[in-house]
Design a protein around this ligand. Structure first.
Ligand code: HEM
Ligand SMILES: *[C@@H]1O[C@H](CO)[C@@H](O)[C@H](O)[C@H]1NC(C)=O
Ligand SMILES: *[C@@H]1O[C@H](CO)[C@@H](O)[C@H](O)[C@H]1NC(C)=O
Ligand SMILES: CC(=O)N[C@H]1CO[C@H](CO)[C@@H](O)[C@@H]1O
Length: 323
């Protein structure tokens, strides 16, 4: 009886303390300076090109939503069958991949750290660093993720949100990963930095609901601006600022833009037009601290999605291929 009670207590404690199985100081003994090593490498890369920031942030999101945060998105195959070969990959600017590879090389150049830190953790740390570098909040990153060994083009389908999604679709997809509507709105605030290709919103400009119409929730001045930047037969490679006011700063302007009808995608603008999510948009638009706090909470939850720990997965030697 006593033993059973003791076991029950142990089980209870275990489930409370280590739910996500990640830890703040995971590399304390194996690579104590990992955070400063990654930060220095990311900062150097960011100083070479701004795209480092949005590219890395989006890469982390895509990694976590497909097979969990296990760096599977980084895997490259000669026959082009991995996650990054999916059509959605156009959005994954090469600079995100390069950031992780550079940070990994920096970590591995420290003798004690060689092959001790997972690519998944490096991506999580680099993401925190790019958010801070662009003026966003900094936060403690939970660590201990192991790298996945599977990456397929097929697995991307149905796992990433599409820019024409409505609120129900967005909520359903984020809920699958334990993320609430508030988390989803805060994370969408990531669109305060970075760029989009025209095709992701051109229907809203030229053929809304397959007719020769403009999405009525669009701000007319913004429509004129976007039509200039993205004419009907635009070069597919053209990418424009997602936050028309401050695309290089991580701030709450994204939410102020939504209030003015300046959300670029349907999935952005719907957060304001739908009364169920409008209150949260208004809160984040009026209070940057509230946005930053919610963003950090949501990023921490995102970073726990489907993680592999302990003897699952591996520590990849080369982030772009399985060992
Ligand atoms: C809510 C549903 C979301 C949808 C439908 C969506 C969709 C998109 C699309 C279509 C692009 C443009 C890609 C391109 O044309 O290159 C984009 C860019 C971006 N997204 Fe999202 N996204 C969503 C959520 C998120 C989340 C949760 C994050 C991160 C936490 C994120 C971070 C980014 C960033 C930083 C960019 C800019 C990428 C760059 O400049 O290279 N997005 N997103
Ligand atoms: C592509 O390559 C991977 C490993 O490099 C292999 O596992 C997979 O079977 C290949 N797929 C096809 C369709 O050839
Ligand atoms: C903004 O949000 C923060 C965090 O939720 C809160 O502590 C603060 O009181 C809010 N400020 C205003 C002016 O409402
Ligand atoms: C960054 C990246 O991997 N881009 C690839 C996206 O997919 C096309 C083909 O579908 C490739 O040509 C790109 O290299």
């Amino acid at each position: 009886m006593k033993i059973q009670f003791f076991l029950f207590l142990l089980l209870l404690l275990h489930s409370i303390c280590c739910f996500a199985q990640l830890h703040l100081n995971f590399y304390q003994n194996s690579c104590p300076n990992v955070e400063s090593i990654v930060r220095a490498a990311v900062k150097q890369k960011f100083e070479q090109t701004f795209v480092t920031a949005p590219a890395t942030l989006r890469l982390f999101f895509h990694d976590c939503f497909v097979r969990g945060c296990d760096a599977s998105v980084l895997i490259q195959t000669n026959n082009h069958t991995s996650e990054k070969d999916n059509a959605e990959n156009l959005s994954l600017a090469g600079d995100g991949f390069d950031t992780v590879i550079k940070a990994k090389a920096a970590v591995d150049s420290v003798p004690g750290c060689k092959n001790k830190v997972s690519c998944a953790d490096i991506l999580a740390l680099a993401t925190r660093d790019v958010v801070a570098l662009t003026g966003g909040p900094s936060y403690a990153v939970e660590l201990g993720r192991r790298d996945g060994q599977i990456s397929t083009r097929k697995s991307v389908r149905h796992h990433l949100p599409k820019p024409d999604f409505g609120l129900n679709q967005l909520n359903a997809m984020f809920a699958k990963h334990g993320l609430t509507q508030t988390d989803m709105i805060a994370l969408s605030g990531a669109h305060t930095i970075g760029f989009s290709h025209c095709k992701h919103f051109s229907k809203r400009l030229y053929s809304f609901h397959s007719k020769n119409r403009i999405d009525p929730t669009f701000n007319p001045t913004y429509v004129d601006e976007l039509k200039r930047e993205c004419p009907r037969n635009v070069d597919q490679r053209i990418a424009i600022d997602m936050d028309s006011t401050s695309s290089f700063t991580f701030d709450n302007m994204y939410f102020k833009n939504l209030q003015m009808g300046k959300g670029l995608f349907t999935s952005d603008q719907v957060l304001f037009t739908d009364p169920r999510s409008r209150k949260t948009v208004n809160l984040f638009a009026s209070n940057n601290t509230a946005f930053e706090q919610a963003f950090v909470v949501a990023m921490t939850k995102l970073g726990r999605v489907g993680v592999k720990t302990k003897n699952q997965g591996e520590i990849r030697i080369d982030c772009s291929s399985v060992n």
